[in-house]
Design a protein around this ligand. Structure first.
Ligand code: DAH
Length: 346
């Protein structure tokens, strides 16, 4: 029996036999089974199902010829068609289960965690080089018996100037271009006011180290910034003289820098007498890293301390300078831009 499609048969004959239709259906089933097992995913499977079993699907079209059968054959064809439909539906759902399982297996494989692979580690943040330098300086002084003190960044005229023997109209006020706030307030230009605040609260002997941020109206360039950091050092006791100052500073500098050449240069500060500036040799030049001196008796008197009994020394260290020399940083601005390529090196 030739396999002929009903569509063609229709054009040549107006009647169809049961056998013809059965062959037609068997052929349809054979093709459909092949297509079902070839369907690559659930979408194309669903399209296939609609195209076969849907209202206007291929099965309906074949069955559309039932009317051309002798009436006695129709129930047989009907039965056969139903059986076929059930079989195809089963094949569809089997294939669908298979495809779903396949997707799940792929997902499980792609999301598998290999618990035996070594950890990537948690990226750690770091402290800023300026903070590290400050801590190192403070640690070294703590090792010499100093304790940490702090003061406010918003200061008043009294603590920042007057109590440090810098009265109004004193030319030394011009040395430190000041950011003034409302009223009597200003942004402290140095950490020296902490000396006064501490001595108001504590009786000598005292040894303090006071780190902090300070502000000056400087324009930014490779060595200046309007915000920078200092560490103030103060020792008040009986019988302290310049040799104690020099010995302390030299011991500290050796611990911090190793054998870098150091020199003391006579200088002037209103709150110390005598005063000096300390330079270290870096890249063939002398670089100032701190001011220091013996605390001026006028400062002690202002605090109600007897200068014949109490005396001592003080120093103000520029943290940025210490940091730059230690780490060979040639531009201060690098310390204030949050460039991770730079910061990660410390
Ligand atoms: N306060 C000074 C400044 O910022 C630095 C300084 C000099 C601090 C001498 C001191 C000192 O304690 O004794 O320029």
């Amino acid at each position: 029996m030739p396999k002929v499609f009903v569509g063609y048969v229709q054009t040549v004959s107006s009647t169809v036999s049961f056998d013809q239709l059965k062959v037609e259906l068997e052929l349809l089933e054979e093709e459909a089974q092949k297509e079902i097992s070839a369907a690559a995913d659930s979408d194309s499977l669903e399209k296939l199902r609609v195209g076969l079993l849907g209202k206007k699907g291929r099965l309906s079209r074949v069955l559309g010829n039932m009317g051309k059968l002798p009436a006695s054959d129709r129930p047989l064809v009907g039965q056969f068609a139903n059986l076929l439909k059930t079989q195809l539906q089963e094949s569809f759902s089997e294939r669908l289960q298979f495809l779903k399982a396949e997707v799940l297996t792929a997902l499980v494989a792609s999301e598998t965690i290999d618990v035996t692979s070594p950890p990537i580690g948690t990226p750690l943040g770091k402290r800023h080089p300026l903070i590290k330098t400050t801590e190192e300086i403070v640690d070294l002084f703590c090792g010499l018996g100093y304790v940490v003190a702090e003061g406010p960044e918003i200061e008043n005229d009294h603590y920042n100037f007057t109590a440090l023997n810098i009265p109004e109209n004193h030319p030394a006020r011009d040395m430190q271009d000041t950011f003034y706030l409302d009223g009597n307030f200003l942004l402290r230009t140095h950490t020296s006011p902490v000396q006064i605040r501490y001595l108001e609260q504590h009786s000598p002997p005292v040894r303090i180290v006071a780190p902090g941020r300070v502000y000056r109206r400087d324009s930014v360039d490779s060595t200046h910034s309007p915000v920078f950091h200092q560490v103030e050092v103060l020792a008040i006791d009986q019988d302290l003289d310049f040799s104690h100052l020099r010995g302390t500073i030299m011991a500290f500098l050796k611990a911090f820098f190793g054998d870098l050449p150091v020199r003391f240069r006579a200088s002037y500060f209103p709150f110390t007498e005598p005063s000096a500036e300390v330079d270290v040799q870096w890249r063939g030049r002398w670089l100032e890293v701190m001011g220091c001196g013996m605390v001026d008796p006028a400062v002690l008197e202002g605090l109600g301390l007897d200068p014949d009994r109490w005396g001592g020394f003080a120093a103000g260290l520029g943290v940025e300078r210490f940091c730059m020399v230690r780490h060979e940083i040639d531009d201060i601005r690098r310390l204030y831009t949050s460039d991770l390529r730079f910061l990660e090196q410390f």
